[in-house]
Design a protein around this ligand. Structure first.
Ligand code: ATP
Ligand code: MG
Length: 415
């Protein structure tokens, strides 16, 4: 089966165009690597490739994760010849249900002697006659047809397709640089990571946990969430950062209503060290304005101050929870995020967290924690690092760095 892919034009201005198309071609290769030799071609502003399989359902499933695609269709490739085009159009017509139809033609190669409108009339007339002969009642409808048969004349070829399916839109992953995404086991951060992958970013995922003082549920959940997200970006580096030593330090000297703010600031500082290692240019979180106490504007401002070199992107800042949950279902992360887990942040928190932290007070508290900077640096060195690779239908994981957990887990003040 041959597939023709059309991409979004918006990003294709100027010299970026080639980079964008090349990345989309690479991403298509990775997506379908186990389904044939592919022989991908870029033809006058569209991409075509061949699959050994005829399984359109599987194609649909996989294309839903290829960002940068506007739409796609199964297509027949025929020589630039009207009779051949008619025959291929008839095959497409027979494969597509509906009672009204139209034929649309685009000539990327203007050397073909007939104009687009003439080709449309010739092929449309042929389809109408053959349909009548075969006893199928169909009418032409040029404004809102059930079936649209498309003819694309490209080079010495014509691509003929029937039902066109919508792609996920966005920009190809790998065209927008690298971001470190703070991944919790909740609903928001996987959706936030996905939405910036959709804008072309490669997201390095970074999860903070309190193992061995909690169980491993959040690590396991986050690794499975990372597997799902890898489908959209093909290669994922996942940092599983032990946060307990830092938390112990913070707990000893922080009033409970400010703990969440200090946890967040510390996470942000550690994540920016990861960003430096990974050559990433921004951080991302799943925060949404006013969702919880740590996400009031005042508190967001105090958290932001912890990292002044990198922007902290919050793609869900203006999104309602209901809409986030809808996206989580669509992406496939909902079930995992719904699983119970022991969140490192929920340990030893106040029932009445501060909604208006004062930066001066927070800075004074941090100043008194002599070991904080050292513990934050160690957190990255002691993190477990996994590389995840998308293999078409599954994910392969490789451990890049083994974790070093805090000793003396018994009797920890965290629990
Ligand atoms: P929910 O989806 O239920 O809101 P959440 O994990 O988003 O859960 P918040 O307290 O809203 O919880 O956290 C705000 C953001 O901070 C998260 O979206 C995430 O980016 C980051 N974050 C929170 N906890 C962690 C963690 N343990 N590891 C990494 N990032 C975290
Ligand atoms: Mg949240």
């Amino acid at each position: 089966m041959q597939i023709v892919v059309h991409y979004h034009e918006i990003a294709l201005k100027g010299s970026n165009r080639n980079l964008f198309v090349k990345q989309l071609v690479n991403n298509l290769r990775k997506t379908f690597q186990d389904m044939g030799k592919l022989s991908v071609r870029v033809l006058y502003g569209r991409i075509t490739f061949n699959l050994d399989s005829e399984d359109m359902e599987e194609v649909r499933r996989r294309m839903s994760s290829v960002f940068g695609t506007a739409n796609y269709a199964a297509a027949y490739e025929v020589p630039q010849d009207l009779e051949e085009m008619k025959k291929a159009a008839w095959r497409c017509f027979c494969e597509t249900p509906g009672e009204t139809f139209a034929v649309r033609c685009r000539r990327a190669d203007k050397s073909f002697p007939m104009r687009s409108a003439e080709i449309e009339r010739a092929v449309g007339g042929y389809l109408g006659d053959r349909a009548k002969d075969s006893g199928r009642p169909v009418k032409v409808n040029l404004t809102n047809p059930d079936i649209t048969i498309r003819l694309e004349i490209v080079g010495k070829l014509a691509l003929v397709s029937g039902q066109r399916l919508a792609g996920p839109g966005g920009l190809p992953v790998g065209t927008a640089g690298k971001i470190v995404g703070l991944l919790s086991s909740g609903f928001d951060s996987p959706v936030a990571s996905w939405s910036l992958m959709k804008r072309g970013a490669q997201v390095v995922l970074c999860h903070f946990h309190s193992y061995p003082f909690t169980n491993k549920a959040s690590l396991e959940n986050c690794t499975l969430l990372a597997d799902i997200l890898t489908r959209f970006q093909y290669d994922t580096r996942l940092y599983l950062v032990g946060f307990a030593p830092v938390q112990e330090e913070l707990l000893s000297l922080t009033p409970s209503d400010l703990r969440m703010i200090l946890y967040r600031r510390s996470m942000i500082r550690i994540a920016s060290k990861v960003a430096e290692r990974e050559n990433a240019q921004a951080l991302l979180t799943g925060e949404s304005l006013g969702q919880v106490a740590s996400q009031t504007l005042t508190n967001i401002r105090v958290v932001d101050q912890a990292c002044q070199d990198l922007p902290i992107l919050r793609p869900l800042i203006g999104t309602d929870k209901e809409d986030i949950l809808k996206l989580a279902r669509q992406i496939g992360t909902y079930e995992l995020s719904a699983r119970p887990y022991e969140d490192c942040c929920s340990l030893m928190l106040s029932k009445h967290p501060c909604t208006k932290a004062r930066l001066g007070q927070v800075l004074d508290l941090e100043k008194n924690m002599e070991d904080l900077a050292k513990l934050e640096a160690e957190a990255v060195d002691r993190a477990e690092i996994l590389d995840l690779h998308w293999k078409g239908a599954s994910v392969e994981r490789t451990q890049i760095q083994a974790p070093v957990y805090k000793e003396g887990a018994q009797g920890c003040p965290l629990l």
